[in-house]
Design a binder for this molecule. Sequence first.
Ligand code: HEC
Length: 139
Amino acid sequence: MSSDPIIFKKKLISVVLTICVLLQFVFVAIIAFADGETNDVIRKVDSTMNVNDPVYSLFKRKRCAMCHGVDHTLVGPSFRAISMRYNGVGSTEIRTLAKKVMYGGVGNWGEMPMPPNSVTLSEAELLVRWILRLSHGEL
Ligand code: HEC
């Protein structure tokens, strides 16, 4: 009998479970899609970078490639453009850029802000020095 509270509870549980399973499919699909895009960018970056550079693994772990391409503007400016603009700057400017990578910021390239990144100041400085080497054709 459908008015039986136990059967009703069982039905309710199975409906809830079905919804959970469906939602899981949706989430997995979204994550796979987002990851695929990131991997595409990383693959593009891979083909033009020296993968033996230890900073490279840092760059990959910190997911800078989600927003920065080597030669292409993505969410943020390309690494090439950044290295051209700051070609030859001294350690004070490098420290300023490293702080920007760490804390985030906006206004040097447009309206789109860079959010804070989970890097220490010395990691950020390594990354900035590594990006700036692009103007010397090293990557
Ligand atoms: C969510 C997107 C996003 C991520 C992730 C990201 N950036 Fe950026 N980045 C931006 C944007 C947008 C700008 C331009 C900010 C501006 O206009 O001042 C930028 C600017 C920069 C600049 C130039 C700053 C300046 O003042 O000229 C450097 C260097 C940089 N990013 C390095 C990195 C590094 C290294 C990482 C990884 C640790 C990283 N970014 C991760 C979006 C991102």
